[in-house]
Write a protein that binds this ligand. Structure first.
Ligand SMILES: C[S@@+](CC[C@H](N)C(=O)[O-])C[C@H]1O[C@@H](n2cnc3c(N)ncnc32)[C@H](O)[C@@H]1O
Length: 243
């Protein structure tokens, strides 16, 4: 099935490539616009006209910030004792913010995103990241993106990772890695994720060491299985399930 969105095409070459891979159809009445510019691809929420457009940025400034901050709780949550350079799958990649933190910390990251528009933004962000003079070579080597559902995680022909990270979109409002404007737009675009329990089970079977699930602080766990432990921040909680 074709995904309908208002396409604003300012770069024919990129547009043809995207159309071929993602099977998009132009819809002038869509609540969202995909703006294909020569230098980057942006998402516009047409119903929030005051809002700035959204795009993915894997840049050196953020890399330096995260690299220095090794104590942040998300890093504590994914950490495996004595092993800094772990393989991690971010099975709900979104805009790749958490994935970029893992990369900055030294992980090899595979992002999986099932939403066509978000995966286009991620592909575009990665392509621009490759050109970064300081970290482009690291991005090329250590981050990749798969456009698929993580429900197929065991059929994607990828090696089993040390850790799988899950941050699904929940029905209730929550604070996560995305800023407020981004959350609103992504919530409208993706709605909320169903079947997260099944997704968790598949990921738990597939990983080598652990699954880390990000949840709003006072929400129920993603599955009936009890986490081995959790790490709390002011607004959310990382539930850690060890194999
Ligand atoms: C809350 S956002 C993740 C934000 C992300 N942690 C970040 O830092 O940008 C949840 C994302 O998970 C994606 N998602 C949910 N279920 C998925 C699945 N089964 N496979 C792949 N992606 C999925 C949604 O499309 C959405 O983009």
């Amino acid at each position: 099935m074709k995904y309908k969105i208002n396409i604003i095409n300012k770069c024919e070459k990129k547009f043809l490539l995207i159309k071929k891979i993602w099977n998009l159809k132009n819809d002038n009445n869509s609540k969202f616009s995909l703006i294909i510019k020569p230098n980057r691809i942006e998402l516009k929420n047409n119903s929030l006209s005051s809002q700035k457009n959204i795009w993915v940025n894997f840049n050196y400034k953020n890399y330096q910030k995260y690299k220095k901050d090794k104590k942040i709780k998300i890093i504590k949550a994914i950490k495996i004792k004595k092993n800094k350079f772990i393989n991690i799958i971010d099975a709900t990649a979104g805009l790749g913010k958490d994935a970029f933190i893992f990369f900055s910390y030294g992980c090899k990251v595979t992002m999986i995103e099932r939403h066509p528009i978000l995966s286009i933004l991620l592909f575009d962000g990665l392509k621009r990241g490759y050109k970064d003079k300081k970290i482009g070579h690291l991005i090329k080597k250590n981050i990749n993106i798969i456009y698929n559902t993580s429900m197929n995680i065991n059929q994607l022909n990828i090696p089993k990772p040390d850790v799988i990270y899950l941050d699904p979109m929940f029905q209730k409002k929550k604070n996560n890695a995305l800023s407020k404007k981004e959350i609103r737009t992504i919530q409208n675009l993706v709605k909320y994720d169903l079947n997260t329990n099944l997704l968790f089970q598949k990921c738990f079977l597939f990983c080598k060491n652990k699954v880390v699930v990000k949840r709003p602080k006072n929400e129920k766990t993603i599955s009936k299985k009890k986490p081995n432990y959790n790490i709390k921040t002011k607004k959310y909680r990382f539930d850690i399930y060890l194999k």
